[in-house]
Design a binder for this molecule. Structure first.
Ligand SMILES: [Fe+2]
Length: 473
């Protein structure tokens, strides 16, 4: 079954403007036109997740609300094919049966649809729209307030995955997989205590550990880190305030008085083993990596001084939409012996969507990839530049996508014949707002400044989305 979209109206919805407007068709193209040359050793699938609402939203729409859509480009033997598929969440399929939206967005999330309309799809839609990962031979589409959704290799939807009944709550969209042991580490946050729950999954996909962790307040935590020895968390001041909603304010509030702390615990530790270290009040939505050097644990990521996701209550005068831009590359560190800690910026370029060669997860990585903003007054998520920091040489190199260009998240595909950390390719989805066309581009990660070596022509527009990944064949 292929699905069709029904959104026609972007009026008064910031997050449906321009290339955030959804596409309405699922297509398959066996052989895409390619400008340049796809490396023969690049074999696998680039998959990008993101919001693509199927029905006209009821009330205020926020890009976090949209039904997940997967865009996949399969690379094989120097050729590329494309397909896109909605994630068939239970909640979306209940709406398909009704022919209209019945789930409100985050602005009015407690206004649950009647059970007689949605059956067992639940009171809140899990659109599975944020990220996509592969672990223990399962592909999982992720949304941080619900269960993972298992996806088939052809991007069809298998259904909710609860680790054989072991996961009752949610799963972050940003688990960390240790490439050496094959274990997966993740967390979930809750509006009510325990505010943070930490999980470990073994290399075979069995959930083997669940630890309830104490936090002073319920916070919106988006990413975590591992070293070879530790699980690492950032408790920052994006606080859930259930009372604020009742008075017409956003339920998500920036409360700097809550402060920011780095939590470090042994990967298989218990709740009492976690140690918290105060760092400057700030937030990191996406980290690059963490590693241990001597007695220090070092973290890197794009650091916000303040965050406003623009999730406005239905009754408020403000429109909903992400307004925050302007995180900058930074390090955080803690000294496990002395208890000292700190954070410093290492560049002043605005950027986000931090990625590395995932083979270096948990150990020192020198090549850090970022989606950068260089144009003035950029909108949130409207990246224009692919950026590489190489800490071996202390250099920043970049490729600007042009006056009308936009880029998404960089995904690193290692060269199977390579040795060095950056022996491989960056794959990214780009959009030109003058021609209205989208491409999936391949850059040599060793020479980002040279720009794309191959540009796969996507036969329909790809709306801006969230995270992407590379699944080697
Ligand atoms: Fe994310």
């Amino acid at each position: 079954m292929t699905l069709t979209g029904h959104v026609t109206n972007a009026q008064n919805q910031i997050d449906l403007a321009g290339n955030m407007f959804p596409v309405d068709a699922e297509i398959v193209v066996d052989q895409c036109e390619v400008i340049g040359e796809i490396p023969a050793a690049l074999n696998g699938m680039f998959v990008r997740n993101g919001p693509n609402p199927m029905f006209e939203p009821i009330g205020k729409y926020h890009m976090f609300d949209g039904d997940g859509m997967l865009h996949g480009v399969q690379f094989a033997g120097g050729q590329a094919s494309y397909r896109n598929r909605w994630i068939q969440s239970k909640a979306l399929m209940a709406e398909v049966d009704l022919g209209r939206a019945v789930y409100p967005g985050l602005s009015d999330v407690m206004n649950f649809p009647d059970e007689s309309l949605v059956g067992d799809a639940g009171p809140v839609k899990n659109p599975a729209n944020t990220h996509i990962v592969r672990h223990a031979n399962k592909i999982l589409a992720l949304w941080e307030q619900g269960l993972p959704t298992e996806i088939a290799p052809d991007l069809g939807t298998v259904g909710n995955w609860d680790f054989d009944g072991e996961l009752q709550g949610a799963m972050t969209a940003h688990p960390r997989i240790d490439p050496r042991t094959g274990e997966m580490f993740f967390f979930a946050y809750n509006f009510f205590a325990p505010y943070l729950v930490y999980y470990v999954v073994d290399a075979g996909g069995k959930l083997i550990r669940k630890v309830d962790l104490d936090l002073p307040m319920p916070v919106m935590m988006h990413d975590m880190l591992i070293t070879e020895e530790h699980a690492v968390f950032l408790d920052s001041p994006i606080v859930f305030d259930m009372n604020a909603m009742a008075t017409g304010e956003s339920m998500i509030q920036w409360k700097p008085e809550n402060g920011t702390r780095v939590g470090v615990m042994p990967r298989l530790g218990d709740a009492e083993d976690i140690r918290w270290f105060e760092v400057p009040t700030s937030h990191v939505q996406h980290f690059w990596n963490a590693f241990v050097e001597g007695n220090r644990v070092e973290l890197s990521g794009c650091r916000f001084e303040k965050v406003d996701f623009g999730i406005e209550a239905e009754g408020s005068d403000k429109e909903s939409g992400v307004t925050t831009v302007g995180a900058k590359p930074a390090r955080y560190w803690v000294d496990l012996d002395t208890g000292e800690s700190g954070s410093e910026f290492f560049d002043d370029m605005n950027g986000e969507f931090c990625r590395i060669n995932d083979d270096y997860t948990g150990v020192r990585a020198d090549c850090l990839y970022m989606s950068g903003f260089t144009r003035p007054n950029a909108a949130a998520g409207d990246f224009d530049t692919i950026v590489k920091y190489d800490q071996r040489t202390g250099t920043r190199t970049q490729w600007y996508s042009g006056e009308h260009g936009h880029v998404g998240e960089n995904v690193f595909a290692p060269d199977p014949n390579g040795q060095a950390e950056d022996d491989g390719w960056l794959i990214n989805s780009t959009h030109d707002d003058e021609s209205g066309t989208s491409e999936v581009v391949v850059l040599d990660a060793r020479d980002v400044e040279a720009g794309p070596i191959a540009r796969v022509q996507i036969p329909q527009r790809m709306p801006f989305g969230f995270h992407a990944n590379w699944f080697a064949s």
